[in-house]
Design a protein around this ligand. Structure first.
Ligand SMILES: [Zn+2]
Length: 241
């Protein structure tokens, strides 16, 4: 059964869309043993919907953060289940700051440069207590954890070889963050350098994703990317900025 307000977007993969233009995604994964894992935690405004979904699932076993940015940890502090992330992301996930020091909003064009601080604060749900960590090679709900550092030092995605499906948080954007709107469907880009811990590593991580040869990529924002061969799209995405 699919809880109300959720879309089943793959085998045992459900998405809750919320906040700005419904562009923020929280994923719920049903593992082969019935474990329910929440991947990412969207923005604070999604808390009520997130709670209702958790209830309809009969509870969430654990939350795994793709990374610790404000629009991915938004509901995590208040939900209850233990929260996990990559070791390199613990400090930022547990920080009281609404954004990490490495964000450089001066790289954003006007006028969004001026709007972002207020938006980031609005999205944030505050510091999250991290119960444990997951690293490349670990298994989460039948998916393999893959490290995609760059946009954030401890950014992780989940990879399922059997149906070549990747759920990758902000490894790749299907949004134009400088224009605050979705990219045309089927297009992708490396995250904007204003939001990079290490932009060159972010590009390498998009290429690492391409090398997995996924046929479906679910990301932290907007609709999934589908295709028999996404290599060209993803390799071009790595060089967008
Ligand atoms: Zn992010």
């Amino acid at each position: 059964m699919t809880p109300k307000g959720l879309e089943e977007v793959g085998d045992g993969i459900f998405v809750l869309r919320g906040d700005l233009k419904k562009g923020m995604n929280i994923y719920f994964l049903r593992g082969p043993d019935g474990e329910i894992v929440q991947f990412d935690a969207g923005s604070r405004s999604m808390l009520r919907a997130n709670r209702r979904v958790a209830q309809e699932f009969g509870g969430i076993d654990r939350i795994v953060l793709g990374h610790g940015h404000c629009d991915h940890r938004g509901t995590a502090a208040k939900l209850g289940p233990p929260v996990y992330c990559h070791p390199d992301e613990v400090a930022d996930a547990e920080s009281d700051a609404y954004k990490p020091d490495y964000f450089d909003l001066s790289l954003m064009p006007m006028p969004v440069r001026l709007i972002y601080p207020a938006m980031l604060k609005w999205w944030d749900g505050g510091a999250v207590k991290i119960a444990g960590t997951v690293e490349e090679g670990d298994t989460v709900a039948g998916f393999e954890v893959v490290h995609f550092p760059g946009h954030a030092p401890g950014l992780i995605g989940l990879w399922r070889e059997s149906d070549r499906t990747a759920v990758v948080s902000d490894t790749v954007y299907f949004v134009d963050s400088a224009k605050l709107k979705a990219l045309p469907h089927g297009e992708a880009s490396v995250p904007h350098p204003a939001f990079a811990w290490n932009h060159q590593r972010a590009k390498e991580s998009v290429r690492k994703l391409a090398a997995l040869k996924p046929t479906t990529v679910h990301a932290g924002h907007e609709e999934a990317l589908h295709g028999d061969d996404l290599t060209d799209v993803l390799m071009a995405a790595a060089d967008k900025y």
